[in-house]
Design a binder for this molecule. Structure first.
Ligand SMILES: [Zn+2]
Length: 390
């Protein structure tokens, strides 16, 4: 998985207030941005226009569904187990445009009626995004990518569905403008998601190969554990670096409640890093239990909702940058997640203060084992030598 905490943002109230109603300009206005980052608002613009059409036909709604950004929205809904076909999208859109309730709870999850009600504020936010957002985005990300001129990412702005921002591991990312109630939050989410796009451009870790290469029954068990832990460490690397680059500190200027809430939660998380490290340790232990907890369950507890494992992940990145400088982020995203974990444990200040909490023995052992190729005879956590800071 490569989704974000934003993916699991609870269905927030569409409280988007305080923006000036703009007249007209509801048509798609593509922005061709810098060579490195492109932002496409066509899906969101088409959505707003369609929702104003009380005679919208199913064919017209299907045309909106086929736009590239809206295809991402449908894919995201699939990941959440909600309505995930173009037909459902179109039905939900037609119903909202006609002022009718959605046919099913799944189609209701697109929340198109709420988008319709917030159309003026959403349009105003789109205007701000189209007014040069890409330059800010590019400048913010450049210091953390080794060869930024060779990295090309695309952002799609959509309006509707669940999750405020998401990416799927490639170079495309998505912002759901309907769940970002001011431009400050939209900026922070886009930086975060754009950095996921940059990650997708520079390195891809095949975390599943551990399971594929093992054929003996005992090795299948071992392989599944290796894959799951590699996935968890990769998600920590991806989310930790994206959260470091798209810092929650940006949100201290957020005016709306959806931006203020994650900022307050991030402050709490920084004060409780040991809890975050402990949940990580419990997660690793659960993955190697006699009946392992499925990784999707671990992921949802660690990264969705309040996203407790985000805190230790981003703190690990901060600690690495404190010692080795910003260029270390570019190095980290070109290496497997388990090496990111090991790099943290080897910092001079590892385990010496609250900003550098020790990781659990199961956690460090699992990272070391992956680094060593995850051999079948890997020492059990109780006998594994812990990795000590140099
Ligand atoms: Zn993320």
């Amino acid at each position: 998985m490569s989704q974000c905490k934003f993916l699991a943002t609870p269905k927030l109230d569409f409280i988007i207030k305080g923006f000036v109603l703009l007249v007209g300009a509801l048509f798609f206005v593509p922005i061709m941005l810098s060579q490195q980052i492109k932002i496409d608002t066509a899906s969101a613009r088409a959505m707003l226009k369609a929702l104003q059409n009380s005679n919208l036909t199913n064919d017209q709604a299907m045309t909106v569904a086929k736009l590239e950004g809206n295809q991402g929205m449908i894919k995201e809904m699939h990941g959440l187990g909600e309505a995930d076909t173009e037909e459902q999208f179109a039905h939900a859109l037609v119903a909202a445009a006609h002022g009718l309730p959605a046919r099913t709870p799944a189609e209701e999850s697109y929340m198109f009626s709420a988008v319709k009600n917030s159309a003026p504020a959403i349009s105003a936010l789109l205007d701000q995004i189209e007014a040069g957002f890409q330059t800010q985005l590019r400048d913010h990300i450049r210091p953390y990518v080794a060869r930024p001129d060779s990295v090309s990412v695309r952002g799609f702005v959509v309006a509707g569905g669940d999750g405020g921002g998401y990416a799927f591991g490639g170079q495309d990312f998505y912002l759901n403008i309907a769940l970002n109630d001011d431009i400050v939050m939209a900026k922070q989410v886009m930086i975060h998601e754009a950095f996921h796009g940059a990650q997708g451009a520079v390195y891809h870790e095949d975390t599943e190969h551990w399971a594929k290469e093992r054929t003996l029954p005992a090795d299948l068990v071992r392989g599944a554990f290796c894959s799951s832990t590699a996935e968890l460490f990769m998600d920590m690397r991806n989310e930790g670096t994206a959260k470091f680059v798209g810092s929650d500190d940006i949100l201290k200027d957020a005016k709306g409640p959806t931006g203020q809430r994650p900022y307050a939660e991030s402050l709490y998380g920084k004060e409780h890093l040991s809890d975050s490290a402990n949940l990580l340790e419990i997660s690793i232990a659960s993955l190697q239990a006699p009946t392992p907890v499925p990784y999707r369950v671990v992921y949802s507890v660690d990264f969705w909702g309040r996203g407790i494992v985000y805190s230790i992940s981003s703190a690990m990145v901060s600690a690495i940058v404190d010692q080795d400088g910003p260029a270390a982020v570019a190095q980290v995203i070109q290496q497997p997640g388990y090496d990111f974990v090991l790099r943290y444990t080897r910092l001079k200040n590892y385990g010496k203060d609250r900003a550098h909490p020790r990781l659990g023995e199961n956690t460090v052992s699992a990272a070391q084992s992956l680094h060593d190729g995850c051999p079948s005879g890997s020492p059990s956590p109780s006998t594994a030598p812990s990795v000590r800071p140099n």
